[in-house]
Design a protein around this ligand. Structure first.
Ligand code: FES
Ligand code: CO
Length: 332
């Protein structure tokens, strides 16, 4: 499965402190833990001895460094996964083959990322969010939001402007202002780029003081990751050179179950974080029931299975991209 060779976000980096953390990715249970140097580890959440969940165990200091201790019989595993200690037989030296199943893990953009299988070709990194390295943009994490739908349905919702006047009426749109002017969309090596997308929005951002014509750019940067950049007309926010960019990060927990975070980047350093989160919660909780009502929950890659108009050309191209990448998880 090609999805297993991609990096996926599984938790906010700040969630992972002293205790191991259970997460789910691509239908598999994983345990995350952090060693004394702060490095993150992601293993199958299953002890190779008798199958207990390692996430119920604890991180302990061993001879060669921190170790993960199984909750059942106390076997201890080094950060590379090797079993170092069996308490029932203290003088027994476990063979090197006694080990937990380990996966690649790293931190990027405020999240912990995991790659279940080493890729057949090349060692790609987690997708890049340009605003991450821009000191003029402050970053605020919103979520997690757990949603009973597939990751591709979430990406399509993020790319979709035609729902603003209905799902987000009075906020991101109005039903009598729902016209979508033509926009440009083009494939990129990692997904697609849509530019020149315009919407009339009563309350475009948490900073809005008046309705505005807003110009959006969307970029799909990995099969389940997208970024939008919003440029509202300056007068409507009352902040010079206001810029805002949002990364959509999705953990495909199951084919029809996802965990979502928004990494919100803004040039406004004054606004309190709580109001930014509250705005994002309001918008996303408007999307959630509609997303969970879609049938099928997986996105059909046969373009004849659903109807499309020219206003949907970003999502049509997204479907073609998933098909060309050989994506099988969350699609049908
Ligand atoms: Fe983990 Fe026995 S099941 S130590
Ligand atoms: Co929406």
């Amino acid at each position: 499965m090609i999805e297993k060779e991609l990096w996926h976000p599984v938790a906010l980096a700040g969630e992972l402190a002293g205790a191991p953390l259970a997460v789910r990715l691509l239908g598999e249970d994983l345990v995350l833990w952090r060693d004394g140097e702060g490095a993150v580890h992601a293993w199958a959440d299953r002890c190779p001895h008798r199958g207990a969940k390692l996430s119920l165990g604890r991180v302990v200091e061993g001879e060669g460094g921190p170790q993960l201790e199984c909750p059942y019989h106390g076997w201890r595993f080094e950060s590379v996964g090797r079993c170092a200690h069996v308490p029932a037989l203290p003088s027994f030296v476990p063979p090197a083959t006694n080990r937990a199943t380990t996966h690649a893990a790293c931190e990027s953009g405020g999240l912990v990322w995991v790659r279940i299988d080493a890729p057949a070709t090349g060692a790609a990194s987690p997708p890049v969010f340009a605003a991450e390295h821009d000191p003029g943009m402050r970053k605020i994490d919103c979520g997690p939001y757990d949603v009973e739908t597939s990751a591709p349905r979430l990406v399509e919702n993020f790319l979709d402007m035609a729902h603003f006047g209905f799902v987000h009426e009075g906020w991101l749109g109005a039903r009598d202002m729902a016209v979508i002017d033509d926009y440009r969309v083009e494939p990129t090596p990692n997904g697609l780029l849509a530019t020149g997308c315009k919407a009339w929005q009563p309350q475009s951002t948490v900073n809005s003081t008046a309705p505005a014509q807003v110009e959006y750019t969307y970029e799909v940067t990995a099969p389940y990751t997208a970024v939008l950049t919003k440029v509202p007309d300056a007068a409507s926010v009352g902040i010079d050179d206001y810029r805002e960019s949002i990364a959509l990060y999705i953990c495909p927990m199951g084919a029809e179950r996802s965990r979502v975070w928004f990494r919100f980047a803004t040039s406004d350093f004054a606004r309190d974080e709580a109001s930014v989160r509250s705005f994002q919660d309001t918008i996303f909780l408007q999307d959630k029931p509609v997303l969970e009502s879609q049938s099928p929950k997986r996105v059909p890659l046969d373009l004849r299975a659903e109807l499309h108009t020219v206003a949907d050309k970003a999502s049509s191209l997204y479907r073609r991209h998933l098909k060309s990448r050989g994506i099988t998880f969350g699609v049908c």
